[in-house]
Design a protein around this ligand. Structure first.
Ligand code: PMP
Length: 409
């Protein structure tokens, strides 16, 4: 049973209170793709634009000072939220994708050469695959992958073979966006570090749902997105260990990231400006603070517990739908993500049918083509829960799925 007062939480999220043309209330179960945001975040955005907005770190004028202060306050909120030791270990990016590309380009080009190995996992999102493939193409490094077991977990036994002194970096998701699997990041990081490899954590599906501590993980780099954690779209965070960020060359060049520029050369700025070229997503970064405050006020432990209880309920209700198979590990080992396939039914037909009843789910390969290939399927349907979802919504999902099967069957 959940410990959250979900009705009270829902009152804070204006978008959830709409109905479609046929008067179906919105059942928003696509939180893995993007969450919705509470009034405090929406109001913060309009408040910034109404009262405090100017470019940051530039002008001598009052508004620029105000927006810079708010921007740096948000950085400190993120720092404290993820347990980073220093505020300049927090780089504002446009999202998870940008953070991973930054590391693959900046750290990767400087540290990876032909014959080196990059260790990924078979359950990675394309944004934690393609930047490493591009790095391998540029350098001649080799990609390896930790296999996914039949029950949707990482095959940790393979680490003793896959991790060698050739491994330069291990890049893995903390939580799978399809299977919901919660991966043992700290354990893998320990083994990776033992062979001298660095660790990049794709925390896009973890930071919104569980209290994370980058120090406890001992991760070298961690990337996540604002839009999946009640914050705005267009902003994300890259955490990196201070010593590593210090020695890395800048990724994007432009304004703000320099110390001195001459016509044919530049010297980079100090952290974090070195990695924040150009005008950042100012209001969006500022609104990360109320998003974090909201999550902390409700409590990450209670949020995860709530989502897991909804996932368990979904497993229970979907269990006897004919031909339906849920992907991933036992419900006790995963986050609030329930992906499934139904024999003889296209995922897109299922999702369209659900949409006709006001239920928003995602269908397709969820940017994990290699994982879907491994599972022997081309697409799946994904319901992903968050703090504002209810047991009644899970019941509506299960009823609608059952009706879909009857309709097409
Ligand atoms: N990694 C994972 C595990 C994700 O679920 C997502 C979002 N679908 C991303 C990376 C990419 O995040 P973004 O699109 O915000 O850059």
């Amino acid at each position: 049973e959940s410990q959250l007062d979900v009705q009270r939480i829902r009152a804070d999220f204006p978008i959830l209170h709409q109905v479609d043309e046929e008067q179906h209330p919105l059942v928003y179960l696509d939180n893995g793709a993007s969450s919705q945001r509470p009034n405090s975040v929406i109001q913060c955005l309009s408040n910034v634009y109404e009262k405090h907005y100017a470019n940051v770190h530039r002008g001598a004028h009052r508004l620029s000072g105000e927006s810079t202060d708010l921007f740096e306050e948000a950085r400190r909120a993120v720092q404290q939220f993820i347990g980073a030791a220093f505020e300049n270990e927090v780089i504002f990016t446009s999202g998870t994708t940008m953070g991973i590309n930054l590391v693959a380009r900046s750290w990767g080009d400087a540290n990876v050469t032909a014959g080196d190995e990059i260790l990924l996992t078979e359950m990675e999102h394309h944004s934690n695959l393609v930047p490493w493939q591009q790095l391998a193409q540029r350098t001649g490094a080799k990609i390896r992958a930790i296999p996914v077991t039949a029950d949707g977990q990482l095959d940790l036994d393979s680490l003793s073979v896959l991790l060698t002194e050739r491994t330069k970096i291990v890049a893995l998701a903390a939580v799978s966006n399809v299977l919901g699997t919660i991966n043992p990041v700290a354990e893998i990081a320990k083994e990776a570090h033992a062979v001298g490899a660095k660790v990049m954590v794709d925390a896009a599906q973890a930071v919104p749902h569980e209290a994370i501590d980058v120090g406890g993980w001992d991760a070298d780099f961690v990337a996540f997105s604002g839009h999946k954690m009640l914050g705005p779209s267009g902003v994300g965070v890259l955490y990196g260990k201070h010593a590593l960020l210090e020695e890395m060359p800048p990724f994007l060049g432009g304004g703000s990231m320099i110390d001195v520029v001459e016509i044919d050369r530049f010297t980079p700025a100090m952290l974090p400006a070195k990695f924040e070229a150009g005008t950042p997503p100012i209001a969006d970064a500022i609104a990360m603070k109320p998003a974090i405050e909201y999550l902390e006020q409700v409590g990450l432990a209670r949020i995860l517990q709530h989502e897991q209880s909804l996932a368990a309920y979904a497993h229970e209700l979907l269990a006897d739908v004919p031909g339906l198979k849920i992907l991933g590990p036992d419900v006790s080992k995963k986050a609030g993500i329930v992906s499934f396939v139904i024999d003889g039914l296209a995922a897109s037909d299922v999702a369209t049918f659900l949409d006709g009843r006001g239920i928003a789910v995602r269908e397709g390969h969820h940017c994990t083509l290699p994982l879907h290939k491994k599972l022997g399927i081309s697409a799946s349907v994904r319901a992903s829960f968050y703090l504002y979802n209810t047991r009644e919504e899970v019941e509506k999902l299960a009823d609608a799925v059952r009706t879909t099967v009857e309709f097409f069957g």
